[in-house]
Design a protein around this ligand. Structure first.
Ligand code: 3PG
Length: 399
C-alpha cells in the first residue's frame, strides 16, 4: 500500500515514522543531514495533501529514558529550514506535550515528537510492552506511514507493532529504497560488483555469504580486509584483525573460487604507527606490513586496481569506507573508489551507496548525492535487505 491508497487525507492526522538518526557533533550540530533531507518529500507530500503530519523518529541509542544529548530538537530545526515553515516540537512522544501539540495542529502543519527511544516500550523485546506503547502512539493519529527505511530491520513499536493498529502505507522513501535494492537482489545487470569496507568483518558475514551466490566480483577494503589477508596467511602487524573470523573467511575465499566469484583484495596499504592522522605512515605491500604498524587505508596501487574493476561493472553496490577516511591521510582509497563509482554512473551503470558511514564519507569528500544512482539511507537495513532477510518493518506493511 502506498500513500495514494490511504484516500483523502485532508484534515486527517498521519503518523509518519522517519529515520532521522543523524550524526551530531559535540556542540549538538548535525554533521550530515542526508536522512533529514531524504525524509522531506513524504512529509511535504502529506502536508500538501492537507494532513496534520506527526513525525516520529529515534536518535542514537538512549536506554528507554529521556537523555538531552539524544534530543531530536536540533532535527526539528533542520526540518523547519528544509520545509520552509516551522515544525512544531513535542517534548515527549505519547505524553502531555505530544497530545497538546497534536490537538492544536492545523491542516498542513507538521510536528516532530521527541525521541521514540526515550520510552522503554519502543525497543522492548517483550511483545506486550511494545504493543502497549504502539497502542499509545496509534491514539495520536488516523493513519500511519512507514518512511524510515533505515529502521525497517528493527522489530520496534513504531516500525512493526504500529502497522496493524492503524490504516497504513509505505512512504515514498521506503518505496524507492525497496525498488532500487530489489533491482540488486533480483536481476542485476552484469557484471555485478560489490565493494565492501568498514571496520568489522563480523558485521558483514551474512551479506558476504549471500553475495557469493549473486555478485560477480567482491572488492574488499577497510579495516575488515585484514581478516581476509590473515586468512591468506599474511602477517598484518597491528592492523584490525578478527582472529575468530579467520577460519570462516578462509571458507569464503574457497567458496568464491569454486563459484567463480572474483574476490579482489588490496595489494598495498597505507600503514601507520598508530590510529592518528599525524602518525608516521607509509605505503607498503600487503606482504610487508611491519609488525609495529597498522593498515589504515588501501594503497594507491590497490585503489587504482579497484577503480579499474569498477569501471567494467554495470551494477555496483558499495558499503563501507576503504580506510579511516575521517583523517585526510587515509581518505585517498575511499576517494578513488567514490570517483570510480561516479564515472561509471555517468556511463549508465546502476550505482548504489549503502550505509550511513559510506554516505557520510562521500559527502564529506565533496561528492553530491546525485553523482550516484542511489544513496541508501539504510545502513543495517540495506545490508539485511541484500542478505535476503525478512525485515519486520516491511513484512508488517505486507500483512
Ligand atoms: C541506523 O542508523 O542504521 C538506523 O537509524 C537504525 O539505528 P539503530 O541501529 O540504532 O537501530
Amino acid at each position: 500500500r502506498t500513500i495514494d491508497d490511504l484516500g483523502n487525507l485532508s484534515g486527517k492526522t498521519v503518523l509518519v515514522r522517519s529515520d532521522l538518526n543523524v550524526p551530531l557533533n559535540d556542540a549538538g550540530e548535525i554533521t550530515d543531514d542526508g536522512r533529514v533531507r531524504a525524509s522531506v518529500p513524504t512529509i511535504k507530500r502529506l502536508a500538501d495533501a492537507g494532513a496534520r503530519v506527526v513525525v516520529c523518529a529515534h536518535l542514537g541509542r538512549p536506554k528507554g529514558t529521556p537523555d538531552p544529548k539524544f534530543s531530536l530538537r536540533p532535527v526539528a530545526d533542520r526540518l523547519s529550514e528544509l520545509l520552509g515553515f516551522p515544525v512544531l516540537f513535542a517534548t515527549d512522544t505519547v505524553g502531555e506535550s505530544a497530545n497538546e501539540t497534536v490537538d492544536k495542529m492545523h491542516k498542513g502543519e507538521v510536528a516532530l515528537l521527541e525521541n521514540l527511544r526515550f520510552n522503554p516500550g519502543e525497543t522492548s523485546k517483550d511483545d506486550a510492552e511494545r504493543g502497549a506503547f504502539a497502542d499509545q502512539l496509534s491514539h495520536l493519529a488516523d493513519a500511519y506511514v512507514s518512511d524510515g527505511f533505515g529502521v525497517v530491520h528493527r522489530k520496534q513499536a513504531s516500525v512493526y507493532d504500529i502497522a496493524d493498529r492503524l490504516p497504513q502505507a509505505a512512504g515514498g522513501l521506503v518505496e524507492t529504497e525497496v525498488d532500487v535494492l530489489r533491482r540488486l537482489t533480483t536481476s542485476p545487470q552484469r557484471p555485478y560488483a560489490v565493494v565492501l569496507g568498514g571496520a568489522k568483518v563480523s558485521d558483514k558475514l551474512g551479506v558476504i555469504e549471500n553475495l557469493l551466490g549473486k555478485a560477480d566480483m567482491l572488492l574488499i577494503g577497510g579495516g575488515m580486509v585484514f581478516t581476509f589477508l590473515a586468512a591468506q596467511g599474511r602477517e598484518v602487524g597491528k592492523s584490525l584483525l578478527e582472529q575468530d573470523q579467520v577460519a570462516r573467511v578462509k571458507g569464503y575465499l574457497a567458496d568464491a573460487e569454486n563459484r567463480g566469484v572474483k574476490i579482489v583484495l588490496p595489494t598495498d596499504v597505507v600503514a601507520a604507527t598508530e590510529f592518528s592522522g599525524d602518525a608516521e605512515h607509509e605505503v607498503v605491500g600487503v606482504d610487508d606490513i611491519p609488525a609495529d604498524r597498522m593498515g589504515l587505508d588501501i594503497g594507491p596501487e590497490s585503489a587504482q586496481a579497484f577503480a579499474d574493476v569498477i569501471a567494467t561493472a554495470k551494477t555496483i553496490f558499495w558499503n563501507g569506507p576503504m580506510g579511516a577516511f575521517e583523517m585526510s591521510a587515509y581518505a585517498e582509497g575511499t576517494k578513488v573508489v567514490a570517483q570510480a563509482l561516479v564515472d561509471v554512473t555517468k556511463g549508465g551503470a546502476l550505482t548504489v551507496v549503502g550505509g550511513g558511514d559510506s554516505a557520510a564519507a562521500v559527502r564529506q569528500l565533496g561528492f553530491a548525492d546525485d553523482d550516484f544512482g542511489h544513496i541508501s539511507t539504510g545502513g543495517g537495513a540495506s545490508l539485511e535487505f541484500l542478505e535476503g532477510k525478512n525485515l519486520p518493518g516491511l513484512s508488517a506493511l505486507e500483512d
